[in-house]
Design a protein around this ligand. Structure first.
Ligand SMILES: *Cc1c(COP(=O)(O)O)cnc(C)c1O
Length: 372
């Protein structure tokens, strides 16, 4: 089915940069530079200067960035890692893949970790905290870093949805020992397939992630240092990402504009709970990876919007909470907000390609549903 307002518009996204992207692809193909070549090095350097960090390691996905960062930080069997249940399942899966135990706490009104609940669940086995900066808003990192240092815990950030988001002038992914980003095509900066990267200022950790992504070897000497994985960000992807990276500031500006339009058009409706409008000053700089609202009669609203030709997202983690999936063995966690939000949340179309007219159409369709 073709929507009047698709949730994302990847063909338009591509066509706007087509000649630049194809130019980069042709060059890489002609050179035959596919694995760990200059374009990847350049992408890592570009990203390091954008985020103001020492080390960037390009890997196969955001999930791998998290997995390898946790392993590099020494997380393993008998360790506990505190995270949230209102996230992508990958956040929790990587903890389990390290042999460690995920400990879930609830989220607050900003859909991020409720920092007040963290100290209650710390035990002698707790090694790390894994906050998620959901929807492009940074978690309350000031308090979380205080708690982590008081209890001598590592922080690894899931910044998959928060490229360039900041709080108190500090960027997502740069608060903890490592920050992990996704280049999944629907993310703010998307590859043409899977990709991800981890960032850190810790040389030893960076070195360990470089080894883990490349069979545990040190390429310069051929020495094998540990059993690793094969998770290298493709050089071809990196070349395309270097083209796209130049456009990220303008894409984020557009995302914030669209969020402001939604806020203007919907904030008088009592039936809805909107995210905060984008602020130009203040503590938080939000990048609106998603525009998630909570709605009275969410399921009926979703049907109404879909019928009107608007593609929305109410599934994924938003309909059945992760800890209610029996096979994951997370049923013992009590997360009332997570459960409530799973019933009420819906993500409206927001991307850098959407037009003002399309935003207007979404606003009018929502208003029509509530007869406003
Ligand atoms: C997208 C995402 C991931 C996983 O990233 P992939 O690149 O798809 O592996 C992890 N956590 C969050 C919060 C995400 O949004």
């Amino acid at each position: 089915m073709s929507y009047k307002v698709p949730f994302v518009d990847l063909p338009t996204h591509y066509h706007r940069l087509e000649s630049e992207i194809l130019g980069a692809v042709r060059e890489v193909m002609s050179r035959g530079d596919f694995i760990l070549c200059d374009d990847l090095q350049q992408f890592q350097d570009n990203m390091a200067s954008l985020l103001g960090v020492e080390y960037v390691v390009g890997v196969g996905s955001g999930t791998d960035a998290l997995h390898l960062a946790l392993r590099a930080a020494g997380i393993g069997p008998n360790d506990e890692v505190i995270t949230v249940g209102f996230t992508c399942v990958a956040t929790i899966a990587v903890i389990v893949h390290c042999g460690a135990k995920p400990i879930l706490v609830d989220v607050g009104e900003d859909y991020n970790m409720d920092v007040d609940q963290v100290e209650e669940v710390i035990t002698p086995q707790t090694k790390a905290i894994l906050p998620v900066h959901l929807n492009g808003r940074v978690c309350d990192m000031k308090r979380l870093t205080d708690i982590a240092s008081k209890h001598n815990l590592i922080i690894i950030e899931d910044a998959a949805q928060a490229l360039e988001a900041s709080c108190d002038g500090r960027k997502a992914g740069t608060f903890g020992l490592a920050g992990c980003f996704s280049l999944y095509p629907m993310k703010i900066l998307g590859a043409t397939g899977d990709g991800g990267f981890a960032v850190t200022n810790n040389e030893e950790l960076a070195e360990r992630i470089y080894q883990l992504r490349d069979h545990g070897q040190r390429r310069s000497t051929g020495e094998i240092l540990l059993f690793g994985f094969n998770s290298r960000l493709d050089n071809l992807q990196a070349a395309i990402l270097n083209v796209k990276l130049r456009h990220v500031p303008q894409w984020i500006a557009r995302r914030r504009e669209v969020a402001a339009l939604y806020h203007q058009g919907l904030s008088d409706l009592q039936e809805l709970k909107l995210p905060p409008a984008p602020q130009s000053q203040g503590r938080f700089f939000d990048v609106f990876q998603n525009y998630v609202i909570r709605a009275k009669e969410r399921n009926r609203l979703v049907v109404h919007l879909e019928k009107s030709g608007i593609e929305v997202l109410a599934s994924w983690y938003l309909s059945k909470p992760l800890h209610h999936h029996e096979v994951l063995n997370l049923r013992h966690f009590h997360l009332p907000k997570t459960e409530q939000f799973a019933k009420e949340a819906v993500s409206l179309p927001l991307n850098s390609e959407i037009s003002d007219e399309q935003v207007e159409f979404v606003i009018n369709s929502v208003r029509k549903f509530y007869q406003k």
